[in-house]
Write a protein that binds this ligand. Sequence first.
Ligand SMILES: [Fe+2]
Ligand SMILES: [Fe+2]
Length: 161
Amino acid sequence: MREKSIELLNKSIAEEMSALNQYMFFHFHCDDQDYSLLSALFKKVAIEEMIHVENLADRILFLKGEIVMEASQKVKQITDVKGMLQFAIDSEEEAIIDYNNWAIECSKNADSVTKSLFESLVVDEERHYGIFDSEMDKLKKFGDQYLALQSIEGSKALGQV
Ligand SMILES: [Fe+2]
Ligand SMILES: [Fe+2]
């Protein structure tokens, strides 16, 4: 039971680290383009992915495994907002599928605590999916006005408007 769980937990850490790196990259670029609201959103979700890494690592150590801190993918150089949101939506969807499957696998291996951990991650990833999906809906609906509003809100926050 332990070895399979440790393998799945390390695979999850690799996915989470990829998401974390990619969302921070998006955060930097949104910031650079003055899209403050989206910039803050990517940072907030990136921090949640980092907490996922922590929870997964804690479980690996409890099972007496070793943590492999390597991202599964390199950061993609996506700098347009639509591309960023599409990437985030696809990543969250993949995570939801993987964690659901891995929860079932842990259940088969009689590791109910790791199963619960994966289930709790599914709850968070579904929430992330919902956040990015609703931003994408707004972008499709309002187009450039959506991006302009992002920028104006940023200026307001800085007390410039
Ligand atoms: Fe996550
Ligand atoms: Fe996520």
